[in-house]
Design a protein around this ligand. Sequence first.
Ligand SMILES: NC(=O)c1ccc[n+]([C@@H]2O[C@H](COP(=O)([O-])OP(=O)(O)OC[C@H]3O[C@@H](n4cnc5c(N)ncnc54)[C@H](OP(=O)(O)O)[C@@H]3O)[C@@H](O)[C@H]2O)c1
Length: 426
Amino acid sequence: MMSGEEAPTLQPEQEKQPDEEPPPAVSEAPQQSGSSSPVVAEEKPLSIRALVLTGYGGYDKVKLQVKTQKQQLAAGEVLVRVKACGLNFAELMGKQGLYELLPPPPVTLGMEGSGVIEAVGEDVKDRKVGDRVIMLIRSGMYQEVVVVAAGNTFLMPEQMSFEEGAALPVNYLTAYLMLFESANLKPGKSVLVHMAAGGVGVAVTQLCQTVPDVTVFGTASASKHEIISQGGVTHPIDYRTKDYVEEVRKISPKGVDIVLDPLGGSDTQKGFSLLKPLGMLIVFGAANCVTGQKKNLLALAKSWYNQLSLSMLKLMQTNKGVCGFHLGYIPDEQLIVRTMGKLLELYSQGKIKPRIDSCYHFEEATDAMKRMHERQNIGKVILLPEAKKEEEVPKSNPEPVENVEKTEAAVNEKKEETTEEVKAEG
Ligand SMILES: NC(=O)c1ccc[n+]([C@@H]2O[C@H](COP(=O)([O-])OP(=O)(O)OC[C@H]3O[C@@H](n4cnc5c(N)ncnc54)[C@H](OP(=O)(O)O)[C@@H]3O)[C@@H](O)[C@H]2O)c1
């Protein structure tokens, strides 16, 4: 067992940086060195709690540790007290060493969050102390206080909760850019989305409803169908007990206009087969590679072996389109800023609203990851930096576990669990 106090204090400069810098639209939380024009002068670094990936493997590799955070700000930076963070599938993959944009361990996890600005650096004109902001960075969000570039913050609408703010950027930017930039969704079209009850799936469903007469086919575990139907999925399909290709064809013999594929492997082939002429398949994930809590080489090999392989001639002769999407490789910062603006407007108009599945304190990070990994979540899983109070019930809104089917992998995995867990610092 390792509490934050027992864990070795981790200096920010100990966290390794990636060898190669990809072209980021979003940046990592800046490190301690290289600051200029300090606004909070001569203040000692803060001691803060952070969720650190200490190596690749199981849940035990994510530890609650105490590390130091600089208070001196460089020009253009803001210091934010983090209130809520979003858990993404990318963190499950990163834990297994399968997310190439995450710097190698030890590294503080987390790409998105929300909080309150406590200090601003020089040259920051459009943010002030007290502003409630959403943040999007490459890694380093799972900590109590974070320093980010002001350009990576977005002002939150008044009525938005911190949990909603933390749930919005990754899932909704991904859904919006795929639907409206890559696939050019128009009225009357049909969309097949996998993982329809997850964070991106819910965002896709809500955004489809902003366009008239769009039919949404969504694959999800059967226990989630009622909720996703209420949320706007026209045809929920239980991919665990049924062949979803057959199910789609029963309803729409000609197939669908858009397939959003976060699974990879043989599902990409199936998605391509389901496309109507002039349809578009967007590949944006490889969830099929994640079967247990540790890296599974067999699953990786299976996905690779079954991947879609096409000739350009076939593309031409079938009149189908295939494209990829990865938010982390969007180099256009202005596109991100503009799209966040549109999403916040849609939120204020009541057209989109992140569905919060559950909230877990940092001490309960293992439970949060398990909830996603064992396919229990409907909507977004949130992590809260604030220390858990003794009397508090651990989860805010999870479905009873008995209502949710578990995968064989998830059940087997229970046997591998380590006894180490993160604990409150007291
Ligand atoms: N390219 C990008 O920029 C980008 C950005 C964000 C997310 N993504 C991808 O989008 C997908 C969804 O991400 P998310 O963060 O919104 O997660 P999520 O959908 O909330 O993920 C959990 C849900 O996915 C389903 N699932 C299907 N296969 C799974 C597996 N192998 N392991 C665990 N759950 C599985 C489960 O629901 P059911 O059992 O109901 O299916 C589970 O409840 C992921 O593949 C992620 O990598 C890509």
